[in-house]
Write a protein that binds this ligand. Sequence first.
Ligand SMILES: [Zn+2]
Length: 328
Amino acid sequence: MATPMTASQFVKALEDEGVDVREYRSWRTHNRNHKGAWGPVHGVVIHHTAGSNSLALCYDGMAGLPGPLCHTHLSKSGVASMLSAGRANHAGTIAQNAYNAMLNEASTHPRPSSSEPVDGNRATYGIEIENLGNGRDFYPQKQYDAAVRWAAAICRFHGWGADSVIGHREGTTRKIDPKGPIGSANGPQFDMDQFRKDVAARLKAKDEEPKPTTPSKPTTPTKPAKPATPAKPTVDLSNLTAAARRDPGLKQGGTTHPADVKLVEAALKAEGLLSAAYAKDGSFGTLTRTAYAAWQRRCGYTGSAADGIPGKASLEKLGAKRGFKVKA
Ligand SMILES: [Zn+2]
């Protein structure tokens, strides 16, 4: 039995997941609970607004469809405005097969059948992501990442996996959302299987975070490379490049692969390229990118080859000098 989150639990879960949360008007008591059940909850539905400047509309609703129209509205810049902690008019009815797949966390989500006996507004949380929905308006990476975090936060609270997340178009044949390219006008289209993969990765990464696994740090700036010891820590190149691509777009200090990043930050600090204040946050933010770009130039790279996204050769060179191995 999944009892819905309270308003305070909702905010805390989102903030713990790194979402930039704003509390909008009287959202804590703004709901449709007087019109039907709220809970037990079994999943998460992703929507696009099909408009712009939709925040007030999502709160108030419209003629024939009273608000709240979702639990959270997500702006283009990734700000999550809370609009309800109760029953909301976001999903309407849902097909039984789609509901079952969500409820049972099936690894595949079927095309929704045409009969829709399930009250989606009772059973699911909904987010409205600001997007025109015309297939050309794109979701900035920061907005997409915030949506992933939003869904992951709810799944984590309830102990659900990523297969508890569906797109509105997966719940009903009446809808096409979410739709549109990710990251840029030429980016890949919003794909719910990919979205679930991203939520799953997020759930897994954060689960691993609390463990005090930071390997022994190869710091000591005054000494050159330590003689090889069997305990050399390893930096995973793909983790590192993923962090370098994502972290600058996250909230200040946001992390993707902190263990890998911390090793490299320590090495950049040892090289005199990164100040101590930023050398241990595990976030490959803008300053770390700038420091890494300086290392690349030191290695002889120029132009786009010195863009601060680590490559294998420059990273191996840094590791050889500062005491870590590279897994490529
Ligand atoms: Zn929708």
